[in-house]
Design a protein. Structure first.
Length: 186
């Protein structure tokens, strides 16, 4: 096993364990056991748990954002429909059996005095989502501030769904987003 294969195995194990049980509850030894990567190689690839957590979140950001963007693009070219497609995608995500809320905010909340590398990944993820929503809202003819409001709707729906998984929070947020869009473009 080379370092690249070890990295993939470690990230796969970290993603499954951290998202399900939490960053603090999962030690490096459990990651090692789950991944099958020898301890010496684990620490060569990720010298500290902070580096593994940041890499796990970075990879999750890339996958999560690509999936969301793909769904929005598949919704077609109509800008208003693309904005609403964000909330349709959230509804699907909230019904996944392994859904546990926002991995980024979960990690941030768990770690308290958040390590800089982890904080940077979380902030970058949220900035990308805010930027996407702002771009979609602008394309729909809405004023600049609507993207920030849509961000609050998406984040709020995610927080509510973490407590009570299912599509309802996303559907309610979608309805509010639809109203905001109608008012904004008048």
């Amino acid at each position: 096993m080379d370092d690249d294969e070890a990295r993939v195995r470690l990230l796969d194990a970290a993603e499954a364990l951290f998202y399900r049980y939490g960053v603090q509850a999962v030690g490096m030894d459990r990651i090692r056991a789950e991944s099958g990567v020898p301890l010496k190689r684990l620490y060569r690839v990720f010298p500290a748990k902070e580096a593994l957590v940041a890499a796990y979140l970075d990879r999750r950001d890339q996958r999560w954002t690509a999936s969301l963007r793909g769904h929005v693009e598949a919704a077609g070219g109509e800008p208003r429909g693309q904005v609403l497609a964000v909330f349709d995608w959230l509804a699907e995500w909230f019904t996944e059996p392994a859904f546990r809320g926002c991995a980024f905010l979960n990690a941030l909340g768990e770690l308290g005095d958040t390590p800089a590398a982890v904080d940077a990944v979380v902030r970058r993820h949220k900035a990308r989502l805010r930027e996407l929503l702002g771009t979609l809202a602008a394309a729909a003819g809405a004023p600049a501030g609507l993207g920030a409001q849509l961000m609050i709707l998406a984040e709020g729906a995610t927080a509510v769904a973490a407590l009570d998984p299912g599509p309802a929070p996303a559907r309610q947020a979608r309805s509010i987003a639809e109203t905001l869009l109608e008012q904004a473009v008048r």
